[in-house]
Design a protein around this ligand. Sequence first.
Ligand code: ZN
Length: 226
Amino acid sequence: MRIPLYRRLPPHDQRETEAHARVLLAEKRFEAAAGFEIRAPMPLLVASQASILLLHRQSAYFPKLRSIILYPANFFVSTKHVDPAGFVTEAEEIRSGESWIHGAVVLSWDEVELGLDPASRRNVVVHEFVHQLDAQTGDMDGTPPLASATARAEWAAAMRDARRIVERDTGGANHAPIDRYGLKSPAEMFAVATEAFFLDPRSVKRYVPTLYRVLARYYQQDPLAW
Ligand SMILES: [Zn+2]
C-alpha cells in the first residue's frame, strides 16, 4: 500500500491495521463533494491511515463518526464569529480538512495526497481522525478518554511542555517538530503533536520527551522502534 506510515509498521501491526480498516470501510460512509469522483483505492487509503491510530487497544472505531466527505482540493467554509460586544464577522475560510464532533470528517484529496509523500511532515488524515479520538469524551478539548486522573494530569503537563517549546521556537536549524498551528487550541495541539509523533518521532522525543512518553502510552506504539 502506498502509505509511508503503513510501510514502516512491523508486519503484525500491518495486519492489525488492515483488519481495522476493513471495519471502518464497512461501518463508515464515503461521500464525494464538489463534483469529486471517489475511486478505489481512495477509501482504503483513508481508512488505513486512520486505523494506525487504533492499533493495540480496545477500539470503538471513532464511534461518533458516520461519514467521510472527500473534496477534490482545498475547500471554502463560511465562518461566523461573534465578539463579546455582539459584532458579527462572517468570512470565507479555506480548509484542507475538518472534523465535526457529530458525524463527519471532511478531507481535501489534494491534501491527502501530500500526506502520502514519504518526506511529508503533515498528514491530514491523521490530523482529522485525531479530532475524532478527542471527540469521544463528548467535546474536542485536546484530551481523549484516559484511564486515570494521573494519566490526565500527565497528559496536560506534556501538552503544556509542547506549547512552551512551540512558543519559544524561532525557526532555523533547531526548528521544533510540532506545527505552530497547535497554538490555536488544545484540540489542535493534540492533532499536530500526533502528526509529529508518527512522522518525526526522533525530534519529538528530543524536543519534548514528556510528550513522546504520553503519546507512546496512549497510542500503545513506539514509532522510534519501527
Ligand atoms: Zn485540526
